[in-house]
Design a protein around this ligand. Structure first.
Ligand SMILES: *[C@@H]1O[C@H](CO)[C@@H](O)[C@H](O)[C@H]1NC(C)=O
Ligand SMILES: *[C@@H]1O[C@H](CO)[C@@H](O)[C@H](O)[C@H]1NC(C)=O
Ligand SMILES: *[C@@H]1O[C@H](CO)[C@@H](O)[C@H](O)[C@H]1NC(C)=O
Ligand SMILES: *[C@@H]1O[C@H](CO)[C@@H](O)[C@H](O)[C@H]1NC(C)=O
Ligand SMILES: *[C@@H]1O[C@H](CO)[C@@H](O)[C@H](O)[C@H]1NC(C)=O
Ligand SMILES: *[C@@H]1O[C@H](CO)[C@@H](O)[C@H](O)[C@H]1NC(C)=O
Ligand SMILES: *[C@@H]1O[C@H](CO)[C@@H](O)[C@H](O)[C@H]1NC(C)=O
Ligand SMILES: *[C@@H]1O[C@H](CO)[C@@H](O)[C@H](O)[C@H]1NC(C)=O
Ligand SMILES: *[C@@H]1O[C@H](CO)[C@@H](O)[C@H](O)[C@H]1NC(C)=O
Ligand SMILES: *[C@@H]1O[C@H](CO)[C@@H](O)[C@H](O)[C@H]1NC(C)=O
Length: 452
């Protein structure tokens, strides 16, 4: 049987699709557990409450980061069947065309570009029209995939004025961010099922929907620690080791192994299994099976700062009002349970992407790019990594490419006992070019965290 690790967003999609073939048997090994019927996962307005909780979150952190006062930056990753889509903020949005076409530029063929992937994006989703989705054409929106997608049916009275403020600053309104250009301001879709008001994610819509299949087995609470590789030419992945309650087990695959553990733990498992940069593997006493200095490098992620604003009128319905006004809370509970609408289905809908040129003067941008180029020059990058950073540099210079994201959130993420605050989250992308360049996330630290 093909064995698969692990049961996250992509892993369960693959498991569900492969087991449509009755002669294929798939075993999925996942460290987290199934969280069905858990309101912290299901209820949109409770988003964020599972972050930093080790029952749901791997709760990784980076080593101290030079450019942010030596702080350790949190890296939240979902630890459950369904993976990080079980704890994220449910924004459902694809990248711009050129984000995917960059793979083709790198020489990755076989349809790994916008045109090749679009049919699969559409196949995944069942987009339900809703407020603010007018103008969204069917061409870029799947109608009959397993994953229900909706448009927020609840706005605070602040979304409109916030959008107007951005427009008055020259931010253009993007009527369809799924059509290949995701810059500008738009009303974001959310991975929420309008039929239930619950989060939609692969645990429900790909696993639960197919759990009766005899050829699909999901093992939960089992952490894969190593892929067993048989050296030779080619090297063959034959099985894996995994740990349940401190006891190590092993399993063999008769056909193949699919490693699908996300951007942090996929390279970690490759390294723990002997595939990676020999210098790093040696430091940890891991025998090198296949030397590849690119494993775990050039992670791109987005990190954020929060700008918090105090409201003049504390009766404006924000999510936090649920915690301080019991009448409001009871009304909204009834609405949510009976009609699957109201503030409990609230997600972030005002989303905008901006080029660096929006915020930086030409001189500031030129200076930063020079600094970055010097760091890249000084870094010991492989040929592959140089190709990657060249594409990233070209994009940074391009005033049509989004690098910064603004999200409006009608709630405060930290002060839950006061209704008075709203947050604007400012995301920037981290484009790390190696372990020793600014804003890097060293995977080896992740080993230390999870080995402890
Ligand atoms: C929706 O979420 C609630 C709260 O977790 C849960 O009780 C209910 O079973 C969920 N509904 C469906 C159809 O999954
Ligand atoms: C999770 O990580 C944060 C730092 O990002 C830390 O402050 C917190 O104590 C961690 N939680 C647990 C339960 O380890
Ligand atoms: C696993 O081992 C650790 C350290 O030896 C111990 O603290 C923990 O209780 C063990 N857990 C289980 C489930 O046996
Ligand atoms: C897996 O295969 C190896 C040989 O390739 C064998 O030694 C081992 O016993 C097998 N393990 C299991 C759990 O079947
Ligand atoms: C540069 O990287 C290559 C490939 O990983 C490695 O062989 C070499 O030792 C590195 N040089 C330095 C100075 O770190
Ligand atoms: C509490 O909520 C109720 C129902 O929405 C509303 O009528 C009332 O004004 C609110 N009270 C305060 C103090 O915000
Ligand atoms: C649910 O929706 C119906 C029809 O729109 C409405 O009449 C009813 O009052 C709503 N239920 C609640 C609890 O608000
Ligand atoms: C800049 O980005 C736009 C929009 O994605 C693209 O059409 C254009 O070709 C890019 N220009 C360069 C010089 O890469
Ligand atoms: C909210 O909680 C914080 C910390 O527990 C406390 O300092 C503050 O006074 C509380 N605010 C209100 C309005 O209850
Ligand atoms: C990268 O940084 C680590 C930790 O600061 C240091 O031990 C290592 O020598 C550095 N590697 C290179 C190639 O500069």
């Amino acid at each position: 049987m093909p064995a698969k690790f692990s049961g996250g967003t992509a892993g369960l999609v693959l498991a569900a699709r492969l087991t449509e073939l009755s002669d294929v048997t798939v075993g999925v090994i996942e460290a987290g557990v199934l969280r069905l019927g858990d309101a912290v996962v299901d209820t949109p307005a409770l988003m964020g409450q599972s972050l930093f909780n080790p029952d749901y979150d791997w709760n990784f952190t980076t080593i101290p980061q030079v450019h942010v006062s030596q702080r350790n930056i949190p890296i939240n990753r979902g630890k459950m069947i369904g993976g990080s889509a079980g704890l994220n903020f449910m924004i459902w949005q694809r990248g711009s065309k050129q984000d995917y076409d960059a793979w083709r530029q790198l020489g990755i063929g076989n349809g790994w570009d916008w045109d090749g992937l679009l049919p699969y994006f559409l196949k995944t989703e069942a987009v339900h029209p809703g407020p603010g989705s007018a103008g969204v054409s069917g061409k870029f929106h799947g109608q009959s995939g397993p994953l229900p997608i909706h448009y927020d049916n609840f706005d605070t009275p602040l979304e409109g004025p916030y959008a107007q403020a951005l427009e008055s600053l020259g931010v253009y309104l993007n009527s369809d961010p799924e059509a290949g250009d995701s810059t500008g301001l738009f009303n974001s879709a959310a991975s929420v099922d309008p039929a239930t008001g619950n989060r939609s994610y692969s645990a429900v819509n790909y696993f639960l929907a197919n759990q009766d299949r005899d050829n699909l087995v999901v093992l939960q609470g089992a952490q894969v620690t190593k892929i067993n590789l048989t050296p030779g030419n080619p090297i063959v992945a034959t099985g894996a080791e995994f740990v349940v309650d401190n006891i190590t087990y092993s399993v063999n695959a008769t056909k193949e192994i699919i490693l699908s553990a996300g951007s942090i733990q996929t390279p970690q498992l490759l390294e723990l299994s002997g595939i990676g940069n020999p210098n790093i593997l040696k430091e940890f006493g891991i025998p090198v099976v296949y030397a590849n200095p690119d494993v775990g490098e050039n992670l791109q992620d987005h990190t954020h700062v929060t700008s918090q604003f105090e409201l003049n009128d504390p009766t404006i319905p924000t999510i936090n009002l649920l915690n301080v006004n019991t009448t409001f809370e009871a009304e909204e509970q009834a609405l949510y349970h009976i009609n699957h609408t109201g503030i409990y289905t609230y997600t972030i809908s005002d989303v905008s992407f901006h080029a660096l040129q929006t915020f930086w003067s030409p001189a500031e941008l030129a200076q930063s790019l020079t600094t970055l180029r010097n760091e890249i020059q000084a870094a010991n990058l492989s040929k592959w990594q140089r190709k990657q950073v060249q594409i990233q540099l070209t994009d940074l210079e391009n005033a049509s490419v989004g690098q910064m994201e603004l999200l409006f959130f009608g709630s405060d993420i930290t002060v839950t006992n006061s209704s008075k605050f709203v947050d604007i989250l400012n995301f920037g992308s981290i484009q790390c070019t190696g372990r020793n360049i600014s804003a890097e996330v060293p995977f080896i630290l992740v080993h230390r965290v999870s080995d402890a």
